[in-house]
Design a protein around this ligand. Structure first.
Ligand code: 5AD
Ligand code: SF4
Length: 469
């Protein structure tokens, strides 16, 4: 472990448990909570930890945020619209609070960790009672205790994001699919991205801690785990001589959980060792999310991605040769500063060449403090919109092609729920991470079943259960 990484001590965790108990004794404490989550899976998983702590403090989940005594917003700041949405919803609650002055409002997560945001919340959002960053979520019992006890606003944002927190209670959203964080933070400093500033440097959890968590999930009957990290391929780089990511995958896949997924992989760190592990290990899902961001070498350099179009495509070829059934997905940013029509066409041709199952597409959003925010060559918003529409249309074509190639194949599907339209219509994900709808009994929810693919729509596949297998 790097010297700077501070593992939160058992003594401090005990202190927080003490605060949780004392909170329970406070008169007029909030009794119910509602968490509003924005952003990525990492945030969704943080919300499961926040819910776990709140329940340990004696709060119960409210069915609606308007009815909750404590509404906590776990925010995202990756793009400007994520931030505006969160702040807009926080402001909307101000009106509800006028009717119910006892309501407490909290804001936490990445946005609060942005330089200057804590001050802004203090000045412009006087109805916010508690605010804290991603680096001190474990202190929620203490912060809420102080806010209720003193009836004053409490804001806590650590300057350096260097903590590794183990042992938080987790209230998991699903009984059969679970997130497991393997590392926190990011060292890459892609020039457009705010994540390294708000989530700090890479800190890997120890393989023993991860395996203990995975084994407990297996005992509880979990069918699928998603390993989380901003860049899972550099797992363990901060613990020289320790376990690498492919080795970790190998160990985890022996725990007896039928399916393992992971995200996100940075292409520059995707090793041959990982490709080999994916090719030979059937427990690893047939899906690789490999964000390319752009298809032009000029833009990739300006983005500080540290790979080229050619080296990316070479890795794609290697994966396709070693594991042809693996579906690829990606993230793409259009209208990065300086992106010309020719650069954009390079992205289009790369998308055509790779043939992704699907892609998340974004218009570049300047983030204060990142290097790209000061780069010249801002693209006209109307041009940016045209480009993203063209890209989405192309990806839809590619998705249709990929889906059509799956018609007639047999897929194993983890059934995640009943469709809203009919209780006999089930929905689930195949190993390749594509949604599949089919008829069946709701008793199958939480199980992995064999399904024959019969048809494809724009974003999902249709199928029928293969009986007697
Ligand atoms: N503007 C637009 N998209 C961004 N992403 C990250 N930062 C920005 C930004 N400033 C996208 C990247 C990343 C995904 C999670 O969000 O494509 O992979
Ligand atoms: Fe952001 Fe790049 Fe790190 Fe991903 S790898 S979190 S895009 S800095």
């Amino acid at each position: 472990m790097r010297e700077e990484t501070i593992r939160i001590s058992e003594a401090e965790m005990n202190q927080q448990r003490q605060f949780a108990q004392e909170f329970f004794q406070l008169p007029d404490r909030p009794k119910t909570y509602f968490i509003v989550t924005y952003g990525c899976q990492m945030n969704a998983h943080d919300s499961e930890k926040l819910a776990g702590m709140l329940e340990d403090m004696g709060l119960t989940a409210a069915p609606k945020k308007e009815e909750a005594d404590f509404v906590l917003h776990n925010t995202c700041c990756i793009r400007d619209n994520a931030e505006r949405k969160a702040l807009g919803n926080v402001t909307w609650l101000k009106e509800v609070k006028k009717e119910r002055p006892e309501m407490m409002i909290g804001v936490c997560g990445c946005m609060v960790q942005e330089p200057g945001m804590a001050d802004k919340l203090l000045r412009q959002y006087p109805f916010v009672d508690v605010a804290f960053g991603t680096g001190n979520i474990h202190q929620l019992p203490e912060l809420l205790y102080r806010a209720v006890d003193t009836r004053r606003r409490v804001v806590a944002v650590p300057e350096e994001q260097s903590t590794l927190i183990e042992g938080l209670p987790i209230r998991r959203e699903s009984d059969f699919q679970s997130y497991v964080t393997i590392m926190y933070g990011c060292n890459n400093f892609c020039s457009y991205c705010i994540v390294p500033y708000v989530r700090g440097r890479e800190r890997s959890r120890s393989a023993d801690d991860i395996l203990r968590e995975v084994e407990a999930l297996q005992k509880n009957g979990v069918q699928e785990i998603m390993l989380l990290g901003q860049n899972v391929n550099s797992y363990g780089n901060d613990m020289p001589g320790g376990v690498t990511f492919p080795q970790l995958l190998h160990k985890i896949s022996q725990a007896g959980i039928p399916r393992i997924r992971f995200m996100t992989s940075h292409p520059k760190d995707l090793s041959d060792e990982l490709i080999e592990e994916m090719a030979r290990n059937p427990v690893l899902c047939r899906h690789l999310h490999l964000p390319v961001q752009a298809g032009s070498n000029k833009i990739l350099t300006a983005m500080n991605r540290r790979y080229t179009r050619e080296s990316y495509l070479e890795k794609v070829e290697k994966i396709r040769a070693a594991a042809p059934d693996v579906g690829l997905t990606t993230d793409i940013i259009v209208a990065f500063p300086g992106e010309t029509e020719a650069d954009f066409e390079d992205t289009m041709s790369l998308v055509r060449q790779v043939g992704y199952d699907s892609a998340f597409t974004f218009i570049y959003s300047p983030r204060t403090g990142t290097r790209a925010a000061d780069m010249p060559g801002r693209v006209d918003p109307a041009v940016a919109t045209q480009r993203i529409e063209k890209l989405i249309a192309l990806q839809e074509e590619m998705t249709a092609k990929a889906f059509a190639s799956l018609i007639g194949t047999k897929e194993s599907v983890l059934v995640t729920g009943a469709s809203r339209r009919s209780s006999q219509q089930l929905t689930g994900k195949c190993s390749r991470n594509i949604s599949i709808n089919f008829e069946g009994s709701p008793d199958l929810i939480g199980q992995i079943v064999p399904v024959r693919i019969t048809a494809a729509s724009k974003t999902t596949l249709k199928g029928e259960i293969i009986e007697g297998e």
